[in-house]
Design a protein. Structure first.
Length: 225
């Protein structure tokens, strides 16, 4: 079995940077209510989504950097797990930042004038302890999902059939989720939780096929013959 290595310096630096970003994300002492002064245009949202995509890719590569330095395994499956790891980290950071900002709003006096922001954030419900729990939950969930996706990338990049079988099983489950989302869309459902898995279904199927253990047998035998 492949021995787990200690994270590289670049990986540890990336993790520390992300943790620091989350910690300071909502620390600006603004007013009780935040909202955009004018509705953001298409160019603004294009820039935001482009930046999120870059951060997602960078975060995923930092978490799976040792796998990219090798030439074994399914590159497509490794790419899928890399993007999932980055998406888990970025999504967790965004949710944690929203929880922190809502936490701050509840601690501000009422009647404060609104301040400019990209998104409208107001009407926070619950108490401060609730948003503290939400912050911790977002961090914990993002850490777990990011670690699982990084482990999946390590398995998908292995030449051992058993490890590739585990990675294939994970991809098969994700393909099943995508098929379910596509059926729901056909039946009239809507929303990103259905659209994204449905669009990713062909990629999941292709990653499953290339990651199937039989593809690893020649690599394993050539390295251990």
């Amino acid at each position: 079995m492949t021995r787990l290595r200690r994270p590289s310096r670049s990986t540890r630096a990336g993790l520390l940077l992300l943790i620091a970003s989350v910690a300071v994300a909502g620390c600006a002492d603004r007013s009780l209510l935040t909202r955009p002064d004018t509705e953001p245009g298409g160019g603004t949202w294009l820039t935001v989504w482009f930046a999120l995509a870059l951060v997602t890719i960078l975060s995923g590569v930092l978490l799976t950097l040792p796998v990219w330095r090798s030439r074994r395994g399914s590159r497509l499956a490794v790419s899928v797990f890399t993007l999932e790891a980055g998406a888990a980290v970025v999504t967790g950071a965004v949710l944690a930042s929203i929880a922190v900002r809502s936490w701050q709003i509840l601690g501000r006096p009422g009647g404060a004038p609104p301040d400019d922001a990209l998104l409208r954030l107001s009407g926070a419900d619950g108490d401060r302890a609730f948003f503290a729990i939400m912050f911790l939950a977002a961090i914990a969930l993002a850490t777990i999902l990011g670690a699982l996706a990084a482990a999946g990338a390590r398995l998908a990049g292995s030449a051992y059939p058993l490890e590739r079988a585990v990675a294939s099983a994970i991809l098969g489950i994700e393909a099943g989720v995508g098929a379910y989302a596509m059926v729901r869309l056909v039946l009239g459902a809507s929303g990103l939780p259905y659209v994204i898995p449905a669009l990713a279904l062909p990629i999941m199927i292709a990653a499953f096929v290339t990651c199937w253990p039989k593809m690893a047998a020649p690599e394993y035998n050539s390295g251990h013959g």
